[in-house]
Design a protein around this ligand. Structure first.
Ligand SMILES: *[C@@H]1O[C@H](CO)[C@@H](O)[C@H](O)[C@H]1NC(C)=O
Ligand SMILES: *[C@@H]1O[C@H](CO)[C@@H](O)[C@H](O)[C@H]1NC(C)=O
Ligand SMILES: *[C@@H]1O[C@H](CO)[C@@H](O)[C@H](O)[C@H]1NC(C)=O
Ligand SMILES: [Zn+2]
Length: 436
C-alpha cells in the first residue's frame, strides 16, 4: 500500500515536473525565438501589444504612421495627455516596455508601404489592428507574395506566413486567421466588406425615418440648395453646426428625435464610434490565435470570428471557402488563350484582362523558372525579346496547360496565371510546335 501510494505520488510529481518543463520551454521559445509584427498602434494595437507582451512574447515590432490625438485617449490606454502629437508606435512601445519586464518592443513610425517587403518576411507572424481595407489588402498582398507553390499545386509550407486580422466597428468586431494558400486570404473574402451605407435620395427627401436620414438630407441636399458655391468642410465647426441645426428642424418636422451634434459629426464624417470593450475582445481573440500559432497547443479558429455587442453578446465563428481563382493566393488564376497566341499577344491579353489590368504595367513572364520575357534589366530584355514573337504554346514545351509566373513592379508578389490553350480560329498543328 505504502509503496503504491509512493509510486503514485512520485508519478504525479514527475508529471508535474514535465508539465512545468514544457511550460518553461514554451515560454523560453516565445521569449527568444518569436518575432511578431503588430500593424497599427491604435485602439486594437494598444490592446494587442499589451496582450502579446503579457502572454510572454519577447520581441514585438509595431508599425504605425499616426501621431496621438486627444480623441484617442479614452480607449488607446497606452497614451497620456502629454503624449498628444507624438508618434503612436514610439509611445506605445516605450510604455509597454516600462510596464512588462523582459519584453522588447521596436517601434516603426512610418507608412506600411515604406518598408521593404523583406522587412515583413522577417516575422513569423503578422497581426493587423487596422481600420482600413486598403492597408489590409496591401499586407495581404505582401504575405501572399511570399507564397510559393510546389509542382503538384500544393503550397510550399515553409513559405506560408500566417496573418491574424482584427477589426472593429462600434459594437461589432471580427478576428480571423489567414494561412495564405491554405485558408481564404483577405482577397478571397473581399465581399465581407460591403460598400459604405448610403441612403436612397428619395428616402432622404420624402420619407425620412431616422436621425441619420435628417442629417444626410441637410448634408447632401440642403447645403447645396441653400449655401450654393460654398464647399462643405466637415472640419469647419460652423459648417457642422449649420448641418446640425437644419437636421434638427427637419427632425421636428417629421417627428424624429435623437439628433445630436456628435451624431451629426459621426454621420457626416462617416465615423462609427470606437468602443473600448470591442477592441479588448477582438484583440484578445487575436492574441490567443497568435499564441496557438506560436505554440501549437491548440488548433486555430475556423476561420472567421464575428462579435456583436449591440444587444447582449453574440459571438460565432464561421468557416469560409477559399476562392480557387483568387488573384492573390491561388495556385493559378485561370486564363484561357488561343493556342496560336504569341507571347506578345498573351502579354497584351493580360494587360486588358479586368482582373489584372490595374495591377500590371510592364509584366515579365516566366515558366518553370525560365524567363520567357523580362522587362528589365536591359540586357535580359534584349535577350528575351525574340520570344515575344514566338507562340506561347511552343515556349511552354507544347504543354496545353501550365502556370506562368508574372512579375511586375506594381505587384508586391508574383501573380500566378494558369494558362489553358484553346483551339482558336486558325489553330496550329500540335505536332509542329516544338520546344525552344
Ligand atoms: C407629429 O406628431 C404630432 C403630435 O404627436 C402630430 O400631430 C403630427 O401629425 C405628427 N407629424 C408627422 C409628420 O407625423
Ligand atoms: C474558377 O475558374 C474556373 C475556370 O475559369 C471556373 O470554371 C470556375 O467556376 C471558377 N470558380 C469560382 C469559384 O469562381
Ligand atoms: C510540361 O508539363 C510537364 C507536366 O506538368 C512538366 O513536367 C514539364 O516540365 C513541362 N514542360 C516544361 C518545358 O516545363
Ligand atoms: Zn485569396
Amino acid at each position: 500500500m505504502e509503496n503504491g501510494f509512493d509510486s503514485e505520488h512520485h508519478h504525479q510529481l514527475v508529471c508535474k515536473r514535465i508539465g512545468m518543463l514544457v511550460t518553461i520551454k514554451l515560454l523560453e521559445s516565445l521569449q527568444n525565438d518569436f518575432r511578431v509584427l503588430v500593424i497599427g498602434a491604435g485602439g486594437l494595437g494598444c490592446e494587442l501589444l499589451k496582450d502579446l507582451a503579457l502572454s510572454g512574447f519577447g520581441l514585438i515590432h509595431v508599425i504605425d504612421m499616426d501621431t496621438i490625438d486627444v480623441s484617442n485617449l479614452n480607449r488607446q490606454f497606452l497614451f497620456r495627455i502629454q503624449d498628444v502629437g507624438k508618434p503612436k508606435a514610439e509611445v506605445a512601445a516605450a510604455r509597454v516596455m516600462q510596464r512588462v519586464k523582459g519584453v522588447t518592443v521596436v517601434p516603426h513610425f512610418c507608412r506600411i508601404e515604406e518598408k521593404d517587403v523583406s522587412f515583413y518576411q522577417d516575422f513569423q507572424i503578422i497581426v493587423l489592428g487596422l481600420d482600413s481595407i486598403e492597408a489590409r489588402s496591401y499586407i495581404n498582398s505582401v504575405v501572399c507574395g511570399f507564397l510559393v507553390y510546389e509542382e503538384d499545386g500544393s503550397p510550399d509550407m515553409t513559405t506560408i506566413k500566417p496573418l491574424v486580422d482584427g477589426g472593429t466597428e462600434g459594437f461589432r468586431g471580427h478576428a480571423r486567421v489567414i494561412y495564405p494558400g491554405l485558408t481564404p486570404c483577405f482577397h478571397c473574402s473581399l465581399w465581407l466588406f460591403p460598400p459604405q451605407v448610403t441612403f436612397p435620395l428619395c428616402t432622404l427627401a420624402e420619407t425620412p425615418r431616422s436621425p441619420a436620414h435628417c442629417i444626410e438630407y441637410a448634408h447632401l441636399i440642403q447645403w447645396g440648395q441653400e449655401r450654393q458655391g460654398e464647399t462643405f468642410d466637415a472640419d469647419n465647426p460652423e459648417h457642422m453646426k449649420w448641418i446640425y441645426d437644419q437636421a434638427l428642424k427637419r427632425g421636428a418636422q417629421f417627428n424624429i428625435s435623437g439628433i445630436t451634434y456628435s451624431l451629426t459629426q459621426g454621420v457626416v464624417k462617416n465615423i462609427v464610434p470606437a468602443i473600448a470593450s470591442t477592441n479588448a475582445i477582438v484583440a484578445a481573440t487575436c492574441a490567443l490565435e497568435i499564441l496557438k500559432i506560436a505554440t501549437m497547443f491548440s488548433t486555430g479558429m475556423d476561420v472567421y470570428m464575428q462579435y456583436t455587442g449591440t444587444e447582449g453578446i453574440y459571438m460565432r465563428t464561421v468557416p469560409h471557402d477559399k476562392d480557387p481563382n483568387c488573384t492573390m493566393c491561388s495556385a493559378g488564376v485561370p486564363v484561357d488563350v488561343d493556342n496560336t497566341i504569341t507571347l506578345q499577344k498573351f502579354i497584351d491579353q493580360l494587360l486588358k484582362d479586368s482582373r489584372f489590368k490595374l495591377k500590371l504595367s510592364k509584366p515579365s513572364v516566366s515558366y518553370h523558372g525560365t524567363n520567357l520575357y523580362m522587362q528589365a534589366p536591359p540586357v535580359l530584355e534584349e535577350m528575351t525579346r525574340p520570344n515575344l514573337q514566338l507562340p506561347l504554346l511552343g515556349l511552354m514545351d507544347g504543354n496545353t496547360s501550365g502556370v506562368l509566373n508574372i512579375n511586375d513592379r506594381r505587384l508586391t508578389g508574383v501573380l500566378r496565371v494558369r494558362v489553358t490553350f484553346k483551339e482558336g480560329p486558325d489553330s496550329v498543328d500540335m505536332d509542329t510546335v516544338g520546344g525552344v
